[in-house]
Write a protein that binds this ligand. Structure first.
Ligand SMILES: NC(=O)CC[C@H](N)C(=O)O
Length: 385
C-alpha cells in the first residue's frame, strides 16, 4: 500500500499486515512497525496522549495495545518520555498514524521508533470495532502478522496461552539492586536531580514505571530499587523507612515470592505503599483473592471515588486483574472504588501503616489528580520515624 508521506522520506511503501483475534475476527491493515509477527493478549487503551509512555510501561509486557484515540504518532517520539529503559508492549494497533510529525521535542517518527525497537504494529484498522468486540467478549489472544497469511495469524492467535498463571514481574524486573536519583521532568530543565535527604525507600521492581520513582525522589526520598524476587530479610537489612510495591505485568497469583516477602514486611510494621500489581500482592499477603477481569481498565480517564470524602478523582489505569473486595479481611478498609464498574481501587490496613491503589497516581500518561497518595506514604514514614 502506498501512502503520501512527508516524514517517512523515500519509504512510503507499507507492507500489508493482519490482526487476527482468537474469536476468529480478522482485520487487514498496513504494517507500521517491525517485520514478523507477535502473539499476546489484546487490550484497548482509551488514553488520548502518552503512547510512548504506554509502549515503555513494563506492565504492558505480553499485551498488544489497541488505541481508541484515532490519530497516534503526530507528536513523534523523543528520548525522554519513557517509563523504563526499553519498550515492553508486545504490539500496537492504531486507526491512523499521521504522516507528518510536529512537536519541538520530537526526534523520530513513530514508525521508525517501532521498527528500531522491534515492535510489530498495525495501522488503518477499525479500532472502534475492536473496542466494541473486546468490551463484548473480553480481552483475548491476538496476533499481528506482517504479510497476508490469515490462517497462520488465526492459528497463532488461538494458541496464545493467556495471562492467567503467568509470572512476568520477575522477568521484566531489574536483576540488580540500583540507586535511583532522577526527579520528574521540567520544561527547560529535563529530568531534575532533587535533594534526597528525608526518607530511605526500598522499591520492589515488579516492572516499575520510572515516574513513580521520580515522584518519590521529588518528595525527598532516597531510593534503593531491588529485584522482584528479593527476600524480605535483604530489604530489612537496608534499613528502609518505607517499602514501595511497584506495578508490574502478569498474574499476581504467580508472584508467590513477593507475597511471602510482603507478609514478613507486614509483621515488621514498616510503612508500605503499593500501586497496581503492588495492591494485588498486598491483598494476597493479607489473605484476599485476586481475579481476572473481563476487559480490565486501560486508559487515563477513569473516575475513582474516595469512599470516605466522596471526592471523585480522574485517574490513569492499566490492569487486567483486580482484588475481590469481598475477600478482604476485617483489618482492611476500602478507600477507593471505580465509578465505571464498582471494582476495588484502593484499601488500607487499620492495624498497620500499609495502603495501596489499583490505578496509577504517577500518571505518565494521565491526570495528576491523585498524586496526593504519595504524600500519604511520606506522612506514614514521618510518623514512624
Ligand atoms: N499495571 C499493573 O501493575 C498491572 C497489574 C497486573 N499485571 C494486572 O494486569 O492487573
Amino acid at each position: 500500500m502506498t501512502l503520501p508521506s512527508h516524514i517517512f522520506g523515500e519509504n512510503t511503501e507499507f507492507p500489508t499486515a493482519i490482526l487476527a483475534l482468537a474469536d476468529g475476527t480478522v482485520f487487514k491493515g498496513i504494517s507500521i512497525g517491525a517485520n514478523g509477527h507477535t502473539v499476546a493478549e489484546l487490550v484497548f487503551n482509551t488514553s488520548m496522549t502518552g503512547f510512548q509512555e504506554i509502549l515503555t510501561d513494563p506492565s504492558y509486557s505480553q499485551q498488544i495495545v489497541s488505541f481508541t484515540y484515532p490519530h497516534v504518532g503526530n507528536t513523534g517520539v523523543n528520548k525522554e518520555d519513557v517509563e523504563s529503559f526499553k519498550t515492553h508492549a508486545a504490539g500496537m494497533v492504531i486507526r491512523n498514524c499521521p504522516d507528518r510529525i510536529s512537536n519541538f521535542r520530537a526526534t523520530q517518527s513513530l514508525p521508525a521508533y517501532l521498527k528500531e525497537n522491534g515492535i510489530v504494529a498495525i495501522s488503518e484498522v477499525d479500532t472502534r470495532k475492536i473496542t466494541r468486540l473486546l468490551r463484548e467478549k473480553g480481552a483475548q489472544g491476538a496476533c499481528i502478522l506482517v504479510g497476508d497469511d490469515v490462517e497462520k495469524a488465526l492459528e497463532l492467535a488461538r494458541g496464545y496461552q493467556g495471562m492467567q498463571g503467568q509470572d512476568l514481574a520477575s522477568q521484566v524486573s531489574r536483576q540488580q539492586t540500583e540507586n535511583w536519583t532522577e526527579g520528574t521532568w521540567q520544561l527547560g530543565q529535563g529530568y531534575t536531580q532533587p535533594n534526597q535527604t528525608s526518607y530511605h525507600v526500598v522499591a520492589y521492581d515488579f516492572g516499575v514505571k520510572s515516574n513513580i520513582l521520580r515522584i518519590l525522589a521529588d518528595k525527598g526520598c532516597r531510593l534503593t530499587v531491588v529485584p522482584a524476587t528479593t527476600p524480605a530479610e535483604d530489604v530489612l537489612a537496608l534499613n528502609p523507612d518505607g517499602v514501595f510495591l511497584a506495578n508490574g505485568p502478569g498474574d499476581p497469583s504467580a508472584c508467590g515470592y513477593a507475597v511471602e516477602a510482603v507478609k514478613t514486611l507486614l509483621d515488621k510494621k514498616i510503612p508500605l505503599f503499593g500501586i497496581c500489581l503492588g495492591q494485588q500482592i498486598l491483598a494476597q499477603a493479607i489473605g484476599a483473592k485476586t481475579l481476572k477481569m473481563k476487559t480490565g481498565h486501560h486508559g487515563d480517564n477513569h473516575p475513582v471515588k474516595d469512599v470516605q470524602t466522596g471526592r471523585v478523582y480522574i485517574t490513569a489505569q492499566n490492569h487486567g486483574f483486580a482484588v475481590d473486595a469481598d475477600t478482604l479481611p476485617a483489618n482492611a478498609r476500602v478507600t477507593h472504588v471505580s465509578l465505571f464498574d464498582g471494582t476495588l481501587q484502593g484499601f488500607e490496613l487499620t492495624d498497620r501503616p500499609a495502603f495501596c491503589f489499583q490505578g496509577h497516581p504517577e500518571a505518565s500518561p494521565g491526570p495528576h489528580d491523585i498524586i496526593v497518595l504519595f504524600d500519604k506514604f511520606i506522612s506514614q514514614m514521618a510518623q514512624q520515624k
